[in-house]
Design a protein around this ligand. Sequence first.
Ligand SMILES: Cc1cc2nc3c(=O)[nH]c(=O)nc-3n(C[C@H](O)[C@H](O)[C@H](O)COP(=O)(O)OP(=O)(O)OC[C@H]3O[C@@H](n4cnc5c(N)ncnc54)[C@H](O)[C@@H]3O)c2cc1C
Length: 384
Amino acid sequence: MLLLERNSVAGRKLLISGAGQCNFTHAGPIEDFFDCYADKIKFLKKALTTFTNKDTMKFFESTGVAYQVFPNNKVFPKSMKSIDVLDALLLKCQKANVEFKYNEKVQNISVYDNVFTVETESGKRYFSDQVVIATGGKSYQHMGSDGLGYILAEKLGHTIVKPRPALTDIRTVEKQYRVLSGLSAKDAEITIWHEQKKIKSYVGDLLFTHKGLSGPVIINSSRWMYPKDVVTVNFLYPQTHEDVKAYFAAHLAHRGKEEVITFLKQYKLPRNLYQVLCETIEIDEHLPCAQVNKKQREQLVQMLTKCPFHINELGGFHIAMVTTGGVKLKEVNPTTMESRKQKGLYFVGEVLDVDGDTGGYNIQAAFSTAYLCAKHIIEKENTV
Ligand SMILES: Cc1cc2nc3c(=O)[nH]c(=O)nc-3n(C[C@H](O)[C@H](O)[C@H](O)COP(=O)(O)OP(=O)(O)OC[C@H]3O[C@@H](n4cnc5c(N)ncnc54)[C@H](O)[C@@H]3O)c2cc1C
């Protein structure tokens, strides 16, 4: 088996994953994974249940890489060094007689009579009746994955679902929140609106940044977002808009001389957030509660439970951790990863139109799809 790698070393992206610590999978039952790949789970189920998160952990243990499970179920090597994960994989490849050729950028793949010709930038040509495209997505292009894999797949007859950055932050129109940069709101509920149509709601921790919003709840749902969409935030989740509206109607006016800011502090959100929310709707935070009129009361409820943020843009491919989009899943057999268009052609990992949440789900998907593919090729070769 021959592996062509355009870089001078293997696994550059793996090395930077999890901030150099490599969160290589997630603990817990494999069924918990099913909610973490958006609408792509139907395709991935076979792969994830054939080579599970437990198999990944067992695999690394068997290679001498002890692991640790964090309270949030993220799994890392005990050493917290991604190099240990990469070294274990390379050692396994060495034992399996995989030949590596570095600085070999594949530029073209053609097929004639079920034999592939793989041409590299250096002018070399390789021939095989089985080719696996594992070129990754389009994010962090300086790590090697620059989207060329999509072009190779397209030339071989595949459809590419338009690649877009995912697992990224958003840059928003509202400038007044920038002073909150670095502050977070725990367990906020966000709702994504596209042309006034509700798309999805998510709950999780939200982070204000100097350009907009980030934090797990934004990053994990960014695959659904587009510029010009609106994200509304319910800072008081699990209370609904109606709950808070009823509570304010019953209590606010009866707080007499108490200032609005004091009344709001019961919600334990960052103090500066109340300040900015009040400024946005032009309510003096020192206004006595008894003087808040009905319109102002409703505006306050609105800001606390349906606070709007208009998306200017999403963080680009240079900062997005994964790519959503890629080789169309309908054109790939989910039990073998073989192309339905071309016999002997396979796709594994992020080059496929799959993307997972943060937490080890993307590396696990790459391992699980690669396992199914390898298993199929080995079985095929053994039957010849
Ligand atoms: C900053 C960052 C942190 C991340 N952290 C995590 C994490 O902690 N946990 C997690 O699960 N996921 C994480 N991810 C996502 C995860 O790293 C990827 O989903 C995963 O590496 C995809 O694996 P892959 O093998 O499909 O592609 P890649 O890892 O991108 O590997 C593709 C390889 O193909 C090579 N290549 C590309 N084109 C060619 C060509 N034409 N010719 C020859 N070689 C080529 C590239 O050089 C590269 O080595 C992170 C991503 C980033 C950017």
